[in-house]
Design a protein around this ligand. Structure first.
Ligand code: LLP
Length: 460
């Protein structure tokens, strides 16, 4: 067994939301609320979002853009990381734009009165009904992904007699160093018009160029910008710089060839977040500065005016803002092999370890009430779902766990609840928002009744 490094509570707490603290009794406080009281009041598994952290992350992005970019800029939160009514309201208050990818995300945003002109609609296969909903709601930008959509959108716009502001999503041929499921900027990707070879026509124009020429010439579309998203959970700035450089270069060529004016530019989202203590540091400022410099430099080189720069973070806004609280149940010791400690949630509320091999805090999940104590044993935290792959944390070193203990797992704000399922017909967790000692339920726990709400009996 490998040596367990001794981490101070300070290092441990860096993975938790701002203001998290451990008191002298080993109690964990989140947003000024004792974690044990939250679990008592709202039940477990419980997802606890810290409002201060959420707002702080939004502001960190806005501040970095203001500091490093002399042109106009916007931060569009990528809803897919996790959206509900209260969060949509919070992002609206923080002055963010919103990236949605389905009629569902659009619906939640509009129920929260999120201004439609600040919504961008993404996706590689937007359905006709979704595009129609986007047009009926007059969303700010539709990000056209492929020729099928280009034609469909033109037809829908023509039927309505409107001119739709669009971006084109381009695939810049950049390899981001992340899990292969999360790479989206390569030539071999389902997303976007490839810049690289792009299936040239008889005059040598590639897909991206043909899409641009089509959009520029269309009376029903107003091409205002270019977009690329190269992947997610990326810690290097270089792939972002390369993607921006290629987009600006393409824009310059298209200006010469088609009189295209680059008014808006988005290098997507994808900046990483540390989920465990050995992850590289991920400063939002470093990422934003690199992207800004690449845009400024590219525009200078090609003599282009600075476009409005739009970054689309998802994970790096909500990821660090939430902690999952699980109740410990069964324990299985296999002598000389492994000890499994099972909790009351798992892959249905957080599929990331099972799907991507994501690691959560090898030494730093905390046991509420024992959060001040050193690790005594190395165990594997298993979920309650009927699959051997349902492991939340492999080999975590913690104080000895007993049934009834409460385990706190940090860094679960992004892509956990948004990818949650009802596997084994287990109701999905409740979500609370904490701030300054106040806890407000923002999504109630699913009930057994909810699980059957769509079912109908056999016909007689
Ligand atoms: N913009 C576009 C067009 C995107 O497709 C995405 C994420 C984002 C922005 C936000 O990326 P972020 O800043 O959150 O990395 N389920 C995976 C992540 C999938 C990301 C999909 N697209 C995971 O849990 O790692």
């Amino acid at each position: 067994m490998t040596e367990t490094p001794v981490l101070s509570p300070v290092e441990v707490l860096e993975l938790f939301p701002l203001g998290t603290r451990v008191d002298e009794k080993g109690q964990l406080w989140l947003g000024g609320c004792p974690a044990s009281s939250l679990a008592q009041e709202f039940g477990t598994p419980l997802y606890v979002f810290d409002e201060t952290t959420l707002r702080d992350r939004c502001r960190a992005y806005r501040r970095a853009l203001t500091e490093h970019y002399p042109g106009q800029s916007q931060v569009a939160y990528a809803s897919k990381a996790y959206l509900n009514l209260a969060l949509a309201q919070l992002f609206a208050q923080e002055g963010l734009n919103l990236d949605v990818v389905s009629a569902g995300e659009l619906y939640v945003a509009r129920q929260a009165d999120f201004p439609p002109e600040r919504i961008h609609f993404h996706g590689n296969n937007k359905l006709p009904d979704e595009l129609a909903a986007a047009l009926d709601e007059a969303v700010g930008r539709i990000v056209v992904d492929n020729f099928h959509e280009l034609n469909l959108l033109e037809r829908l716009a023509a039927e309505r007699g409107v001119r739709v502001p669009v971006w084109l999503r381009l695939s810049p041929g950049v390899d981001a160093h992340t899990h292969s499921y999360r790479k989206t900027g390569l030539l071999d990707s389902k997303f976007g018009f490839p810049l690289e070879t792009g299936d040239p026509d008889e005059r040598g124009a590639g897909s991206a160029q043909r899409a641009l020429a089509h959009a520029v010439a269309s009376p029903h579309l107003e091409l205002v910008g270019l977009h690329a998203h190269i992947g997610s959970q990326i810690f290097d700035v270089e792939p972002f710089v390369l993607a921006v450089t290629r987009l600006v270069e393409f824009a310059a060529t298209m200006k010469a060839d088609h009189n295209f004016e680059l008014r808006e530019l988005s290098p997507g989202g994808g900046w990483g977040v540390a989920h465990h203590e050995t992850a590289p540091p991920a400063s939002v400022d470093r990422y934003v500065r690199a992207v800004c410099q690449a845009v400024i430099e590219g525009c200078r080189r090609h003599g282009l005016a600075l476009p409005t720069l739009v970054v689309e973070p998802g994970r790096s806004i909500v990821g660090p803002a939430a902690v999952a609280l699980y109740r410990v149940g069964a324990r299985k010791e296999i002598s000389g092999v492994r000890t499994y400690v099972s909790v009351d949630g798992g892959m249905a509320d957080n599929i990331r370890p099972a799907l991507y091999g994501a690691r959560y805090a090898r030494y730093t999940a905390l046991v509420v009430g024992k959060a001040d104590q050193p690790g005594e044993e190395t165990v594997t935290i298993a979920g309650k779902f009927c699959e051997s792959g349902d492991i939340l944390i492999r080999d975590v070193t913690l104080p000895r766990l007993a049934a009834g203990d409460l385990l706190a797992v940090p860094g679960v704000g992004a892509y956990c609840l948004s990818m949650a399922s009802n596997y084994n017909l287990v109701p999905r967790p409740a979500v609370v928002l904490v701030r300054e000692g106040q806890a407000n339920l923002i999504q109630r726990r699913e009930t057994l009744h909810d699980l059957m709400a769509r079912d109908l009996p056999l016909p007689p």
